[in-house]
Design a protein around this ligand. Structure first.
Ligand SMILES: [Cu+2]
Length: 139
């Protein structure tokens, strides 16, 4: 009897263990990252939402930094950013982007409704173009 119980316990434990990757990925899906880091061709881009809560119809701010592999700021980039909801027809909401210091930018825009949004930054440095997307939640 005790042996049988032990086997049942082992089977349950194995099932629980096998479902771990599933539970883990669900947990990650439910949360948006605080920032995205993008690195390519010697350009390092960090895009983050400023402040911890974004509300609908409120001005939301985003910060972006551009640096080279040694961490030196890259000045004189051309930066635009739009806000949009994936798979919805809320339209594309432009933001105003300003450089706060060399290699640092602040974008501000107003998401119009609750839900999952994406901030899409387009960056041109000389002849190179980069695109970085930050998912964020409004609500
Ligand atoms: Cu929408």
């Amino acid at each position: 009897m005790t042996k049988r119980l032990a086997i049942v316990a082992l089977v349950l434990l194995a099932l629980y263990g096998a479902s771990w990757p599933l539970r883990h990925s669900q947990g990650q899906d439910a949360k948006t990252p605080a920032q995205v880091v993008y690195s390519q061709n010697g350009v390092h881009i960090v895009l983050s939402a400023s402040g911890n809560k974004v509300a609908p119809m409120k001005m939301s701010k985003f910060a972006m930094s551009l640096s080279d592999v040694e961490g030196r700021p890259i000045p004189n980039a051309s930066v635009t950013m739009n806000l949009q909801m994936p798979r919805m027809f809320c339209g594309v909401i432009p933001t105003t982007v300003q450089s706060t210091k060399p290699g640092a930018y602040e974008a501000a825009g107003i998401p119009v409704m609750r839900g999952r949004w994406e901030a899409e930054a387009s960056i041109s440095i000389g002849k190179e173009h980069f695109s970085v997307t930050l998912p964020f939640d409004v609500g």
